[in-house]
Design a protein around this ligand. Structure first.
Ligand code: OGA
Ligand code: NI
Length: 348
């Protein structure tokens, strides 16, 4: 698959479409992909009964949540982490809200291209004429880092606050990797070794208000291609849905929690024991929504293959080995495609 350096057609910022009475045809999903939107008032505090598990970080870090982590990663591919001690989350969300509220010409200075995706973007994939999602985003590498010029210079505290937040998330990530190794029944440092010199990136998602949310999606169904994702959800507006037992379950964020999910590389490493579960985002007519995703990924040029200990125990290997560098090209070129990327590596 060859890299592409330009978008196949002019990029439209979804934010500029938010004030119209209807959405352009480019955003209208086929009938079977449209969401069924329940009438949940914005800011509703009623907690849903069917929801992703909640895990306490202090308890996880001291090795007391092995069974809960195994159940969450095997059944849901998702959990919410509370009591993680990261204090800068609110400021980070606020700084990025301010960024997306800047005049368009200021944001356009950071317009991205499919060469590296860094910067201000409004689509994934370079398939001409593709149906698009109702969202804009800002993508940056953290490790190895994007050049400072790729970061917004305004608001002035954005970069410092974001880097501080990401350093705190990185510490939490290491404890979660140990807990996942334990939950898989492999030695504690297994995940860390398999990922090598791990990489990190972030994507701030901005979902503008949508006049016809029943026709479109903020983000199409996908599983995350990398290792682990730590999502800081919007504090007021729901929208993330996780596929569970054939249904789309709307995540009910716990105040102050971080949503953790398994990416495709852990599904591969665990030989399918842990699932990178499909998720999507619905659009909303009443309010815009912001989320900050931190992606922890394996070293680009290490082969990721099912752990030999797991294959020995419950073999055979159901996935072919692949380097993350090759893997991520699928998604970057073809766009979000449910579970098609990970399924393309199946041996049977
Ligand atoms: C993502 C993602 C969910 C959300 O960025 O990969 O799934 O709630 N985001 O914005
Ligand atoms: Ni995702």
């Amino acid at each position: 698959m060859e890299a592409v350096y330009e978008w196949p057609e002019p990029v439209v910022r979804v934010q500029t479409l938010a004030g119209a009475a209807t959405i352009p045809d480019r955003y209208v999903k086929p009938l079977s992909e449209r969401p069924k939107l329940a009438a949940v008032p914005v800011g509703s505090t009623a907690r849903a009964s069917n929801n992703i598990p909640v895990i306490d970080f202090a308890s996880l870090a001291s090795g007391r949540e092995t069974a809960a982590v195994a159940a969450a990663c095997g059944e849901w591919g998702f959990f919410q982490l509370v009591n993680h001690g990261i204090e800068t989350a609110e400021e980070v969300r606020q700084a990025w809200r301010e960024f997306f509220a800047l005049p368009m010409e200021e944001k356009q200075r950071y317009a991205n291209s499919p060469a590296t995706f860094e910067g201000y973007g409004s689509r994934l994939g370079v398939v001409k004429g593709a149906v698009l999602d109702w969202g804009d985003y800002f993508f940056l590498h953290l490790l190895p880092p994007s050049p400072p010029t790729k970061w917004p210079s305004s608001p002035s505290q954005l970069r410092g606050k974001t880097e501080e937040y990401c350093a705190a998330v990185a510490k939490v990530v290491e404890a979660v990797k140990r807990a996942i190794s334990a939950a898989l029944g492999v030695e504690e440092g297994y995940m860390a070794a398999a990922f090598g010199q791990a990489a990190a990136a972030m994507r701030v998602n901005y979902y503008p208000k949508c006049p016809q949310p029943e026709l479109t999606l903020g983000l199409s169904p996908h599983s995350d291609p990398g290792g682990l994702t730590f999502l800081l959800p919007d504090e007021h507006v729901k929208g993330l849905q996780v596929r569970h037992a054939g249904e789309w379950v709307t995540v009910d964020p716990v105040p102050g929690g971080l949503i953790v999910n398994i990416g495709d590389q852990i599904q591969l490493l665990s030989n399918g024991t842990f699932k990178s579960v499909e998720h999507r985002v619905t659009a909303n007519a009443a309010a815009d929504r912001i989320s900050v995703a931190y992606f922890h990924n394996p070293q680009d040029d290490l082969l990721i293959s099912p752990a030999s200990e797991i294959v020995k125990r419950s073999g055979p290997a159901v996935y072919k080995p692949i380097m993350y560098r090759e893997y991520k090209k699928h998604m970057r070129m073809l766009g979000l495609g449910g579970k098609s990327h990970v399924d393309s590596l199946r041996t049977t």
